[in-house]
Design a protein around this ligand. Structure first.
Ligand SMILES: O=C(O)CCC(=O)C(=O)O
Ligand SMILES: [Mn+2]
Length: 197
């Protein structure tokens, strides 16, 4: 059997929605979603996650994250519109994709964060394409090679940007949103396709 190998595809584009739509979407999501701070079990102790989140999607797109099962919330109309827009943008870019779920992360300030991981849960399939929209404070998403073949690097994610983590990315790289002395709230939406059970 031959294995296809390609470099990870990362594609950043901005602006995505333009103003005033991008700022209005940030305010709407901040105000209208049921943001949650679940606890994760780490070395036998429960820790509240250092951010808040909402999992949204089609009812059959159940999802496990860091060992926990999440039932998705129904699509908020503004998020469903963004999903449809992304599909168009990606199609125009020659990256056809579809999404049945999205993890929204809210970081209230520079101390809120997400640790090193790859989005490689089995329900995401072999080589997922994940589309990440950023709103609010510009922060770097840090990438490192799993085999340390090259130095780590930052992808700075400005307000109203789209970062596509395409084929190869999750297999070869990990990413993290590390704490930084950067004021202001940030919301990211990471759109995914979850294989129906
Ligand atoms: O907030 C970000 O940009 C990263 C989010 C992320 O990695 C995830 O939702 O899996
Ligand atoms: Mn991720």
């Amino acid at each position: 059997m031959t294995s296809l190998h390609h470099d990870p595809l990362l594609w950043l584009t901005a602006p995505l929605l333009g103003e005033p739509d991008a700022s209005a979407l940030l305010d709407t999501l901040d105000a209208e979603l049921a943001w949650q701070r679940p606890t994760l079990r780490l070395y036998g102790r429960e820790h509240p996650i250092p951010r808040t989140q909402v999992w949204m999607g089609d009812p059959e797109a159940g999802y496990r994250y860091s060992g926990r099962a999440f039932v998705p919330e129904p699509w908020h109309p503004a998020v469903a519109r963004l999903r449809d827009r992304l599909v168009e943008v990606l199609d125009d870019a020659g990256l056809p994709a579809r999404f049945n779920s999205v993890l929204l992360n809210r970081y209230l300030d520079g101390q809120e964060r997400m640790g090193w991981h790859s989005d490689d849960e089995p329900e995401l399939g072999h080589d997922p394409l994940i589309a990440a929209v950023s709103l609010g404070a510009e922060r770097p998403l840090r990438f490192r090679w799993r085999d340390r073949r090259a130095p780590a690097f930052n992808a700075w994610l400005p307000h109203d940007s789209l970062l596509v983590m395409g084929p190869g990315t999750q297999r070869q790289l990990q990413h993290a949103l590390l704490p930084r002395q950067i004021p202001g709230r940030r919301i990211s939406l990471t759109f995914r396709w979850v294989l129906p059970r």
